[in-house]
Design a protein around this ligand. Sequence first.
Ligand SMILES: [Zn+2]
Length: 317
Amino acid sequence: MGFETLLGNARLKENLRAGVSRGKLSHSYLISGPEGAGKRTLARLLAAAALCKNENKPCLACSACRKVMADTHPDYITVDDPEKKTVSVELIRQARADMYVRPNEGDKKIYCIPRAQDMRPEAQNALLKVMEEPPAYGVFLLLTDNPEKLLPTIRSRCAQLRLEGLSPEIMESALQKAFPNAEAGEIQGAIRRSGGYLGQAKALLQEGAQTDPKTEGFAGSFAKKDQLLLLQTLAPMEKMHREQLIPLLQQWKEILLQALTYRSGVQAQSALAQSIGSARSAKEILTAIRHLDTAQEYAQGNVSVGAICGYLVWALR
Ligand SMILES: [Zn+2]
């Protein structure tokens, strides 16, 4: 059945399966867990279970399930405006008004609030009013990485579903499937740094896969004091646009800052930062950061890209 799509969390899935098969869905759920724990996946599965047309809910095969999983079901509604810092009381009021219009296709209407902790008290109070007397078809899914920020009166009205971290074995097999080309060491590093939350490990591996080859060239040459590699990296950069150069220099600086943190005993955020941190002293890294600052100032001023690359060949030698 569909709940298997969520990895780990065996007991939670067992309880949900039992509830769904008895036709018992709560009106409000509070789904909590850190970034990357699977809150959105679980929300979709619950919504699919509520709207599914088949026996074994959620079947993930019927049109209703498929629409929910693709975020296109008209009765599965996300209450958020990602442009705004908070989830405003207006958004909650809109959802409240919308809730009294009957469902379009299904028997339920499900409202997902993906960052419930960002509702101010005013918005939370508005939500509480609907939660106290929802229409029979209304369901709320509140997602949060910080349940403490919600009013106790809201929490007590919700069935609480807390997502747990995954075992390294489950993480490993999931990551190997998602990143067939990643090296075993990279996968292990991502598992360690993610704390058992798959979404975080995936983000880390994606980030690693997207490292610009020029950044790798810079980091490698700086770690190994490899003058030739530095030249090979910087020479083709003379043809870059100023707009491309500035973020690249920023990326290099960030790696150096990470290398400094690594030197102070914190777990490395990337293999590149670790190699620099193990090979170079804090003083050398700080000097390089200053040179990159200067290069960035040049890039924001009128100095040509060619001259900036020339300066870096000299400064980082
Ligand atoms: Zn279905």
